[in-house]
Design a protein around this ligand. Structure first.
Ligand code: ZN
Ligand code: ZN
Length: 496
Protein backbone atom coordinates (compact mmCIF):
# COMPACT_ATOMS: atom_id res chain seq x y z
CA UNK A 1 0.00 0.00 0.00
CA UNK A 2 1.13 3.57 -0.68
CA UNK A 3 -0.22 6.90 0.52
CA UNK A 4 -0.39 10.46 -0.66
CA UNK A 5 -1.52 13.54 1.24
CA UNK A 6 -4.46 15.62 0.03
CA UNK A 7 -6.10 18.39 2.06
CA UNK A 8 -4.06 17.32 5.07
CA UNK A 9 -5.39 13.77 4.90
CA UNK A 10 -3.68 10.54 4.00
CA UNK A 11 -5.17 8.81 0.99
CA UNK A 12 -4.45 5.11 0.79
CA UNK A 13 -4.00 3.69 -2.67
CA UNK A 14 -3.32 0.29 -4.10
CA UNK A 15 -1.68 1.67 -7.25
CA UNK A 16 1.85 2.99 -7.22
CA UNK A 17 1.08 6.61 -8.21
CA UNK A 18 4.27 8.58 -8.86
CA UNK A 19 3.77 11.10 -6.03
CA UNK A 20 2.84 8.46 -3.47
CA UNK A 21 4.99 7.37 -0.52
CA UNK A 22 5.28 4.51 1.91
CA UNK A 23 3.87 5.33 5.33
CA UNK A 24 7.30 5.24 6.96
CA UNK A 25 8.40 8.11 4.69
CA UNK A 26 5.98 10.69 6.06
CA UNK A 27 7.30 12.92 8.81
CA UNK A 28 3.91 13.50 10.35
CA UNK A 29 0.80 11.42 9.86
CA UNK A 30 -2.18 13.78 9.77
CA UNK A 31 -5.19 12.84 11.88
CA UNK A 32 -8.52 14.28 10.69
CA UNK A 33 -10.78 15.64 13.46
CA UNK A 34 -13.54 13.40 14.76
CA UNK A 35 -16.81 14.08 12.97
CA UNK A 36 -19.52 13.41 15.57
CA UNK A 37 -22.21 13.16 12.88
CA UNK A 38 -20.54 10.35 11.01
CA UNK A 39 -22.35 7.07 11.35
CA UNK A 40 -19.53 4.64 12.01
CA UNK A 41 -19.56 0.87 11.70
CA UNK A 42 -20.07 -0.56 15.22
CA UNK A 43 -18.55 -3.90 14.20
CA UNK A 44 -15.38 -2.18 13.10
CA UNK A 45 -15.41 -0.25 16.37
CA UNK A 46 -15.50 -3.47 18.42
CA UNK A 47 -12.83 -5.06 16.29
CA UNK A 48 -10.40 -2.16 16.46
CA UNK A 49 -10.77 -0.53 19.84
CA UNK A 50 -7.56 -0.85 21.81
CA UNK A 51 -5.88 -2.76 18.99
CA UNK A 52 -3.15 -2.28 16.43
CA UNK A 53 -4.05 -4.41 13.44
CA UNK A 54 -2.95 -4.90 9.87
CA UNK A 55 -5.22 -4.23 6.93
CA UNK A 56 -5.25 -8.02 6.34
CA UNK A 57 -6.66 -8.56 9.84
CA UNK A 58 -9.76 -6.53 8.96
CA UNK A 59 -12.60 -8.09 6.99
CA UNK A 60 -13.51 -4.71 5.41
CA UNK A 61 -12.78 -2.98 2.13
CA UNK A 62 -10.07 -0.35 2.01
CA UNK A 63 -12.73 2.24 1.09
CA UNK A 64 -14.52 1.71 4.39
CA UNK A 65 -11.28 2.00 6.36
CA UNK A 66 -10.39 5.18 4.46
CA UNK A 67 -13.85 6.61 5.09
CA UNK A 68 -13.53 6.02 8.84
CA UNK A 69 -10.09 7.62 8.82
CA UNK A 70 -11.41 10.63 6.87
CA UNK A 71 -13.98 11.24 9.62
CA UNK A 72 -11.41 10.82 12.38
CA UNK A 73 -12.47 7.38 13.60
CA UNK A 74 -9.41 5.42 12.56
CA UNK A 75 -5.72 6.08 13.12
CA UNK A 76 -2.80 5.03 10.97
CA UNK A 77 0.57 4.50 12.63
CA UNK A 78 3.85 3.58 10.98
CA UNK A 79 4.59 -0.14 11.25
CA UNK A 80 8.30 0.59 11.05
CA UNK A 81 9.59 3.74 12.69
CA UNK A 82 13.10 5.12 12.46
CA UNK A 83 15.07 6.25 15.49
CA UNK A 84 17.71 8.13 13.56
CA UNK A 85 18.79 5.52 11.03
CA UNK A 86 17.83 2.55 13.19
CA UNK A 87 14.54 0.88 12.28
CA UNK A 88 12.20 -0.02 15.13
CA UNK A 89 9.16 -2.27 14.76
CA UNK A 90 6.24 -0.37 16.25
CA UNK A 91 4.40 -3.59 17.11
CA UNK A 92 7.04 -5.71 18.84
CA UNK A 93 9.64 -3.07 19.68
CA UNK A 94 12.40 -4.94 17.82
CA UNK A 95 15.35 -2.68 17.01
CA UNK A 96 18.03 -5.29 16.37
CA UNK A 97 19.51 -5.19 12.88
CA UNK A 98 19.67 -8.96 12.51
CA UNK A 99 15.92 -9.25 13.00
CA UNK A 100 15.15 -7.09 9.96
CA UNK A 101 15.30 -8.17 6.34
CA UNK A 102 14.52 -6.68 2.94
CA UNK A 103 12.28 -8.21 0.30
CA UNK A 104 10.85 -7.11 -3.03
CA UNK A 105 7.42 -5.99 -1.85
CA UNK A 106 4.40 -6.27 -4.14
CA UNK A 107 2.38 -3.93 -1.94
CA UNK A 108 4.57 -0.88 -2.45
CA UNK A 109 6.54 -1.96 -5.50
CA UNK A 110 9.90 -1.36 -3.84
CA UNK A 111 12.45 -3.25 -1.82
CA UNK A 112 10.85 -3.08 1.60
CA UNK A 113 12.37 -3.59 5.05
CA UNK A 114 10.33 -5.83 7.34
CA UNK A 115 10.48 -7.16 10.92
CA UNK A 116 11.25 -10.87 11.18
CA UNK A 117 10.69 -10.98 14.91
CA UNK A 118 6.90 -10.71 14.84
CA UNK A 119 6.42 -12.15 11.35
CA UNK A 120 4.21 -14.89 12.80
CA UNK A 121 1.49 -12.28 13.40
CA UNK A 122 1.58 -10.97 9.83
CA UNK A 123 4.32 -9.04 8.08
CA UNK A 124 5.11 -5.50 9.20
CA UNK A 125 7.18 -3.58 6.68
CA UNK A 126 7.99 0.01 5.79
CA UNK A 127 4.75 0.29 3.81
CA UNK A 128 2.53 -1.22 6.53
CA UNK A 129 0.16 0.97 8.53
CA UNK A 130 -0.87 -0.20 11.98
CA UNK A 131 -4.56 0.53 12.18
CA UNK A 132 -6.26 1.63 15.39
CA UNK A 133 -9.55 3.12 16.62
CA UNK A 134 -9.94 6.76 17.53
CA UNK A 135 -13.70 6.94 18.06
CA UNK A 136 -15.80 6.34 21.16
CA UNK A 137 -15.75 3.06 23.11
CA UNK A 138 -18.67 0.66 22.61
CA UNK A 139 -21.53 1.04 25.06
CA UNK A 140 -21.41 -1.68 27.62
CA UNK A 141 -24.21 -2.51 29.94
CA UNK A 142 -23.15 -4.80 32.73
CA UNK A 143 -25.37 -6.79 35.07
CA UNK A 144 -25.77 -5.35 38.57
CA UNK A 145 -24.47 -8.55 40.16
CA UNK A 146 -21.31 -9.73 38.46
CA UNK A 147 -19.33 -11.90 40.87
CA UNK A 148 -21.04 -15.21 41.55
CA UNK A 149 -18.14 -16.82 43.42
CA UNK A 150 -19.30 -18.24 46.73
CA UNK A 151 -16.02 -19.10 48.44
CA UNK A 152 -14.32 -17.33 51.30
CA UNK A 153 -10.87 -15.81 51.40
CA UNK A 154 -8.19 -16.59 53.96
CA UNK A 155 -6.99 -13.67 56.05
CA UNK A 156 -3.86 -13.39 53.90
CA UNK A 157 -5.90 -13.47 50.70
CA UNK A 158 -8.31 -10.89 52.04
CA UNK A 159 -5.58 -8.37 52.73
CA UNK A 160 -4.09 -8.86 49.26
CA UNK A 161 -7.53 -8.68 47.68
CA UNK A 162 -8.11 -5.21 49.15
CA UNK A 163 -4.76 -4.05 47.77
CA UNK A 164 -5.58 -5.34 44.29
CA UNK A 165 -8.95 -3.60 44.36
CA UNK A 166 -7.43 -0.26 45.39
CA UNK A 167 -4.66 -0.51 42.84
CA UNK A 168 -7.15 -1.19 40.03
CA UNK A 169 -9.43 1.66 41.05
CA UNK A 170 -6.58 4.13 41.58
CA UNK A 171 -4.38 3.14 38.60
CA UNK A 172 -1.47 2.01 40.71
CA UNK A 173 1.25 -0.57 40.24
CA UNK A 174 1.24 -3.34 42.80
CA UNK A 175 3.02 -6.66 43.27
CA UNK A 176 1.34 -9.58 44.98
CA UNK A 177 4.05 -11.94 46.22
CA UNK A 178 2.07 -15.03 47.13
CA UNK A 179 3.60 -18.37 48.09
CA UNK A 180 2.83 -21.43 45.94
CA UNK A 181 -0.58 -22.68 46.97
CA UNK A 182 -1.74 -19.37 48.52
CA UNK A 183 -4.69 -19.21 46.13
CA UNK A 184 -3.85 -16.11 44.14
CA UNK A 185 -6.63 -16.30 41.55
CA UNK A 186 -9.37 -15.73 44.15
CA UNK A 187 -7.45 -12.67 45.32
CA UNK A 188 -8.28 -11.01 41.99
CA UNK A 189 -12.04 -11.39 42.06
CA UNK A 190 -12.99 -8.34 44.16
CA UNK A 191 -10.67 -6.09 42.17
CA UNK A 192 -12.03 -7.36 38.85
CA UNK A 193 -15.59 -6.82 40.03
CA UNK A 194 -14.84 -3.27 41.19
CA UNK A 195 -12.97 -2.51 37.98
CA UNK A 196 -15.80 -3.75 35.78
CA UNK A 197 -18.32 -1.78 37.82
CA UNK A 198 -16.21 1.33 37.19
CA UNK A 199 -16.44 0.59 33.44
CA UNK A 200 -12.82 -0.40 33.15
CA UNK A 201 -11.51 -2.77 30.50
CA UNK A 202 -9.42 -5.41 32.24
CA UNK A 203 -6.89 -7.99 31.17
CA UNK A 204 -5.26 -10.93 32.90
CA UNK A 205 -2.08 -11.82 31.03
CA UNK A 206 0.35 -14.70 31.50
CA UNK A 207 3.41 -15.85 29.58
CA UNK A 208 2.25 -19.46 29.23
CA UNK A 209 -0.78 -20.74 27.31
CA UNK A 210 -1.34 -23.39 30.01
CA UNK A 211 -2.07 -20.65 32.51
CA UNK A 212 -4.55 -18.92 30.17
CA UNK A 213 -6.34 -22.23 29.61
CA UNK A 214 -6.49 -22.89 33.34
CA UNK A 215 -7.67 -19.40 34.31
CA UNK A 216 -10.37 -19.02 31.65
CA UNK A 217 -12.94 -21.49 33.03
CA UNK A 218 -12.33 -20.26 36.57
CA UNK A 219 -12.98 -16.63 35.64
CA UNK A 220 -15.97 -17.57 33.51
CA UNK A 221 -17.42 -19.47 36.46
CA UNK A 222 -16.81 -16.58 38.85
CA UNK A 223 -18.29 -14.02 36.42
CA UNK A 224 -20.91 -16.03 34.51
CA UNK A 225 -22.70 -12.99 33.04
CA UNK A 226 -19.59 -11.19 31.86
CA UNK A 227 -18.17 -11.74 28.41
CA UNK A 228 -14.63 -13.11 28.72
CA UNK A 229 -12.25 -13.19 25.75
CA UNK A 230 -9.60 -15.90 26.01
CA UNK A 231 -6.67 -15.26 23.70
CA UNK A 232 -3.84 -17.64 22.85
CA UNK A 233 -2.37 -18.93 19.64
CA UNK A 234 -5.23 -20.57 17.73
CA UNK A 235 -8.05 -19.31 19.95
CA UNK A 236 -11.36 -18.42 18.29
CA UNK A 237 -11.91 -15.32 20.45
CA UNK A 238 -9.39 -13.32 18.45
CA UNK A 239 -11.84 -10.60 17.38
CA UNK A 240 -14.05 -10.67 20.45
CA UNK A 241 -14.48 -7.38 22.27
CA UNK A 242 -14.95 -8.09 25.97
CA UNK A 243 -14.73 -6.19 29.25
CA UNK A 244 -12.49 -8.97 30.60
CA UNK A 245 -9.70 -10.46 28.48
CA UNK A 246 -7.40 -13.33 29.44
CA UNK A 247 -4.41 -13.50 27.12
CA UNK A 248 -0.90 -14.76 26.66
CA UNK A 249 1.66 -11.99 26.64
CA UNK A 250 2.28 -12.89 22.97
CA UNK A 251 -1.30 -12.01 22.08
CA UNK A 252 -0.97 -8.59 23.70
CA UNK A 253 1.16 -7.58 20.72
CA UNK A 254 -2.07 -6.92 18.81
CA UNK A 255 -3.28 -4.45 21.46
CA UNK A 256 -2.50 -0.78 21.80
CA UNK A 257 -3.57 1.43 24.71
CA UNK A 258 -6.42 -0.98 25.36
CA UNK A 259 -6.62 -1.77 29.06
CA UNK A 260 -7.36 0.20 32.20
CA UNK A 261 -5.73 -2.55 34.23
CA UNK A 262 -3.47 -5.45 33.38
CA UNK A 263 -2.94 -8.24 35.86
CA UNK A 264 0.24 -10.05 34.89
CA UNK A 265 0.43 -13.55 36.32
CA UNK A 266 3.77 -15.38 36.66
CA UNK A 267 5.77 -12.27 35.90
CA UNK A 268 8.94 -14.28 36.57
CA UNK A 269 8.15 -17.05 34.05
CA UNK A 270 9.78 -17.87 30.76
CA UNK A 271 9.59 -16.52 28.05
CA UNK A 272 8.42 -13.17 29.45
CA UNK A 273 11.59 -12.69 31.47
CA UNK A 274 13.92 -13.07 28.48
CA UNK A 275 11.90 -11.61 25.59
CA UNK A 276 11.84 -7.85 25.59
CA UNK A 277 9.16 -7.85 22.91
CA UNK A 278 6.71 -9.40 25.40
CA UNK A 279 7.53 -6.83 28.05
CA UNK A 280 7.03 -4.18 25.38
CA UNK A 281 3.68 -5.75 24.45
CA UNK A 282 2.42 -5.40 28.01
CA UNK A 283 3.47 -1.76 28.16
CA UNK A 284 1.82 -0.98 24.81
CA UNK A 285 -1.41 -2.75 25.75
CA UNK A 286 -1.91 -0.52 28.78
CA UNK A 287 -3.68 2.79 28.57
CA UNK A 288 -1.51 5.71 29.62
CA UNK A 289 -3.51 6.00 32.84
CA UNK A 290 -3.85 2.42 34.02
CA UNK A 291 -3.21 -0.05 36.80
CA UNK A 292 -0.67 -2.84 36.72
CA UNK A 293 -0.83 -5.80 39.07
CA UNK A 294 2.00 -8.32 39.12
CA UNK A 295 1.51 -11.79 40.58
CA UNK A 296 4.31 -14.15 41.44
CA UNK A 297 5.46 -16.69 43.98
CA UNK A 298 9.08 -16.06 43.12
CA UNK A 299 10.11 -12.51 42.24
CA UNK A 300 13.65 -12.23 40.88
CA UNK A 301 16.55 -10.91 42.99
CA UNK A 302 16.14 -7.34 41.71
CA UNK A 303 12.45 -7.22 42.56
CA UNK A 304 13.01 -8.80 45.98
CA UNK A 305 15.53 -6.11 46.71
CA UNK A 306 13.17 -3.36 45.52
CA UNK A 307 10.43 -4.76 47.73
CA UNK A 308 12.59 -4.94 50.81
CA UNK A 309 14.07 -1.47 50.28
CA UNK A 310 10.66 0.13 49.86
CA UNK A 311 11.05 0.95 46.16
CA UNK A 312 8.29 -1.36 45.00
CA UNK A 313 4.75 -1.44 46.35
CA UNK A 314 3.88 -5.00 47.26
CA UNK A 315 1.88 -7.28 49.49
CA UNK A 316 2.86 -10.79 50.50
CA UNK A 317 0.64 -13.76 51.11
CA UNK A 318 3.17 -15.76 53.10
CA UNK A 319 0.93 -18.71 53.91
CA UNK A 320 -1.12 -21.25 52.06
CA UNK A 321 -4.85 -21.28 52.11
CA UNK A 322 -4.85 -24.37 54.39
CA UNK A 323 -2.80 -22.56 57.09
CA UNK A 324 0.04 -25.11 57.18
CA UNK A 325 3.66 -23.98 56.69
CA UNK A 326 5.48 -24.54 53.40
CA UNK A 327 7.60 -27.71 53.37
CA UNK A 328 11.26 -26.80 53.88
CA UNK A 329 13.72 -28.44 51.50
CA UNK A 330 16.26 -30.80 52.98
CA UNK A 331 19.75 -30.82 51.42
CA UNK A 332 21.29 -34.25 50.93
CA UNK A 333 24.73 -34.76 49.44
CA UNK A 334 24.75 -37.54 46.84
CA UNK A 335 28.27 -37.44 45.45
CA UNK A 336 29.11 -37.47 41.77
CA UNK A 337 25.78 -38.82 40.61
CA UNK A 338 26.44 -38.12 36.92
CA UNK A 339 29.51 -40.35 37.00
CA UNK A 340 27.44 -43.13 38.56
CA UNK A 341 24.71 -42.63 36.03
CA UNK A 342 27.22 -43.25 33.22
CA UNK A 343 27.62 -46.72 34.72
CA UNK A 344 23.83 -47.11 34.87
CA UNK A 345 23.67 -46.58 38.61
CA UNK A 346 22.22 -43.99 40.95
CA UNK A 347 23.56 -42.96 44.37
CA UNK A 348 22.33 -45.31 47.13
CA UNK A 349 20.68 -42.52 49.17
CA UNK A 350 18.56 -41.51 46.19
CA UNK A 351 17.49 -45.12 45.63
CA UNK A 352 16.67 -45.50 49.33
CA UNK A 353 14.59 -42.31 49.23
CA UNK A 354 12.60 -43.57 46.24
CA UNK A 355 12.18 -47.07 47.62
CA UNK A 356 10.77 -45.67 50.86
CA UNK A 357 8.05 -43.82 48.89
CA UNK A 358 7.23 -46.92 46.86
CA UNK A 359 6.95 -49.01 50.02
CA UNK A 360 4.66 -46.46 51.63
CA UNK A 361 2.59 -46.09 48.47
CA UNK A 362 3.32 -42.37 48.27
CA UNK A 363 3.69 -40.73 44.88
CA UNK A 364 6.83 -38.75 44.10
CA UNK A 365 7.85 -36.16 41.57
CA UNK A 366 11.55 -36.30 40.74
CA UNK A 367 13.28 -33.45 38.94
CA UNK A 368 16.34 -33.79 36.73
CA UNK A 369 18.35 -30.91 35.26
CA UNK A 370 18.52 -32.26 31.68
CA UNK A 371 16.60 -34.66 29.45
CA UNK A 372 19.47 -37.09 28.60
CA UNK A 373 20.28 -37.56 32.30
CA UNK A 374 16.64 -38.21 33.09
CA UNK A 375 16.33 -40.70 30.25
CA UNK A 376 19.42 -42.50 31.45
CA UNK A 377 17.99 -42.74 34.99
CA UNK A 378 14.64 -44.11 33.83
CA UNK A 379 15.78 -47.71 33.10
CA UNK A 380 17.82 -47.70 36.32
CA UNK A 381 14.62 -47.04 38.25
CA UNK A 382 12.66 -49.69 36.38
CA UNK A 383 14.49 -52.14 38.64
CA UNK A 384 12.42 -50.71 41.53
CA UNK A 385 9.06 -50.42 39.80
CA UNK A 386 7.60 -50.41 36.30
CA UNK A 387 5.15 -47.68 37.33
CA UNK A 388 7.25 -44.75 36.16
CA UNK A 389 6.97 -42.14 33.45
CA UNK A 390 9.32 -39.36 32.40
CA UNK A 391 8.24 -36.04 30.83
CA UNK A 392 9.88 -33.03 29.27
CA UNK A 393 8.79 -29.96 27.28
CA UNK A 394 8.79 -31.55 23.82
CA UNK A 395 7.19 -34.79 24.96
CA UNK A 396 4.08 -35.31 22.80
CA UNK A 397 2.50 -37.38 25.59
CA UNK A 398 3.15 -34.77 28.26
CA UNK A 399 -0.51 -34.16 29.07
CA UNK A 400 -1.34 -37.88 29.22
CA UNK A 401 1.56 -38.63 31.54
CA UNK A 402 0.67 -35.79 33.91
CA UNK A 403 -2.89 -37.12 33.90
CA UNK A 404 -1.63 -40.62 34.77
CA UNK A 405 0.15 -39.14 37.76
CA UNK A 406 -2.96 -37.27 38.78
CA UNK A 407 -5.13 -40.38 38.60
CA UNK A 408 -2.46 -42.31 40.54
CA UNK A 409 -1.84 -44.81 37.75
CA UNK A 410 1.88 -44.25 38.21
CA UNK A 411 3.98 -44.01 41.36
CA UNK A 412 6.86 -41.91 40.09
CA UNK A 413 7.02 -39.11 37.59
CA UNK A 414 10.47 -38.01 36.44
CA UNK A 415 10.53 -34.53 34.96
CA UNK A 416 12.65 -31.62 33.82
CA UNK A 417 11.89 -28.09 35.06
CA UNK A 418 8.83 -28.10 32.77
CA UNK A 419 6.70 -29.18 35.74
CA UNK A 420 8.29 -26.74 38.19
CA UNK A 421 5.10 -24.68 38.17
CA UNK A 422 1.47 -24.88 37.25
CA UNK A 423 0.85 -28.50 38.23
CA UNK A 424 -0.85 -29.61 41.41
CA UNK A 425 -0.84 -33.20 42.65
CA UNK A 426 -2.61 -33.57 45.98
CA UNK A 427 -0.24 -35.80 47.98
CA UNK A 428 3.32 -36.08 46.76
CA UNK A 429 6.91 -35.96 47.91
CA UNK A 430 9.41 -34.10 45.78
CA UNK A 431 13.07 -34.73 45.04
CA UNK A 432 15.60 -32.91 42.91
CA UNK A 433 18.48 -34.96 41.56
CA UNK A 434 21.48 -32.71 40.92
CA UNK A 435 20.10 -29.60 42.61
CA UNK A 436 23.51 -27.98 42.11
CA UNK A 437 22.91 -27.64 38.35
CA UNK A 438 22.78 -24.04 37.08
CA UNK A 439 19.34 -24.60 35.58
CA UNK A 440 17.89 -24.73 39.09
CA UNK A 441 17.66 -21.04 39.88
CA UNK A 442 16.38 -19.85 43.23
CA UNK A 443 12.94 -19.29 41.71
CA UNK A 444 12.86 -22.77 40.13
CA UNK A 445 13.76 -24.42 43.44
CA UNK A 446 11.12 -22.46 45.35
CA UNK A 447 8.52 -23.45 42.75
CA UNK A 448 9.63 -27.10 42.85
CA UNK A 449 9.42 -27.18 46.65
CA UNK A 450 6.02 -25.58 46.27
CA UNK A 451 4.65 -28.73 44.55
CA UNK A 452 4.56 -30.57 47.91
CA UNK A 453 1.86 -30.33 50.56
CA UNK A 454 -0.64 -28.50 48.37
CA UNK A 455 -3.93 -29.97 49.49
CA UNK A 456 -5.87 -29.48 52.68
CA UNK A 457 -6.01 -33.24 53.25
CA UNK A 458 -2.27 -33.69 52.67
CA UNK A 459 -0.73 -30.40 53.76
CA UNK A 460 2.77 -31.79 54.33
CA UNK A 461 5.25 -33.45 52.02
CA UNK A 462 8.96 -34.13 51.91
CA UNK A 463 11.17 -32.02 49.67
CA UNK A 464 14.74 -33.26 49.21
CA UNK A 465 17.45 -31.60 47.14
CA UNK A 466 20.08 -34.25 46.29
CA UNK A 467 23.25 -32.39 45.38
CA UNK A 468 26.93 -32.65 44.59
CA UNK A 469 27.83 -29.35 46.25
CA UNK A 470 25.43 -26.76 47.68
CA UNK A 471 24.77 -23.68 45.57
CA UNK A 472 23.81 -20.10 46.36
CA UNK A 473 20.48 -20.71 44.65
CA UNK A 474 19.70 -23.66 46.95
CA UNK A 475 20.53 -21.68 50.05
CA UNK A 476 18.55 -18.65 48.91
CA UNK A 477 15.55 -20.79 47.98
CA UNK A 478 15.48 -22.39 51.42
CA UNK A 479 15.95 -19.02 53.09
CA UNK A 480 13.04 -17.55 51.12
CA UNK A 481 10.74 -20.41 52.12
CA UNK A 482 11.71 -20.20 55.78
CA UNK A 483 11.27 -16.45 55.82
CA UNK A 484 7.77 -16.76 54.36
CA UNK A 485 6.90 -19.35 57.02
CA UNK A 486 8.16 -17.03 59.76
CA UNK A 487 6.11 -14.15 58.39
CA UNK A 488 3.07 -16.39 58.12
CA UNK A 489 3.37 -17.35 61.78
CA UNK A 490 3.96 -13.75 62.85
CA UNK A 491 0.87 -12.53 60.99
CA UNK A 492 -1.24 -15.33 62.42
CA UNK A 493 -1.79 -16.98 59.03
CA UNK A 494 -0.28 -20.32 59.99
CA UNK A 495 -1.53 -22.68 62.70
CA UNK A 496 1.21 -24.32 64.70
ZN1 ZN B 1 6.31 -2.60 0.94
ZN1 ZN C 1 8.09 -6.68 14.89
Amino acid sequence: MRFRIENNKLIAGKSFAPNSLRISQFNIIPQPPLNPNFSFNPELQKLLIGKQLLIDDLPYQLEEIQNHYDHGYITFRKGIEYAGKTPVCARCGNNEQQWFAIYPCTRCGEDCLYCRKCLMMGRISECTPLIGWNGPAPDSSLPSKMLEWQGTLSQGQLEASERVKNAILQNKEWLIWAVCGAGKTEVLFAGIEAGLAANKRLCIAAPRTDVVLELTPRLKAAFPNILVASLYSGSTDRHLYAPLTIATTHQLQRFYHAFDAIILDEVDAFPYTVEESLQQAVIQARKQESAMIYLTATPNAKWQKECLSGKRAYTTIPARFHRHPLPIPEFTWCGNWQKRLKKNKLPPNILTWIKKRLDEGKQALIFFPHIPLMEKALPVLWALTPNIEAVHAEDPERKEKVQKMRSKEIALLLTTTILERGVTFPAIDVAVVGAEDGIFLESALVQIAGRAGRSKDHPTGAVTFFHYGKTEAMIKARRQIMSMNREGVKRGLIDL
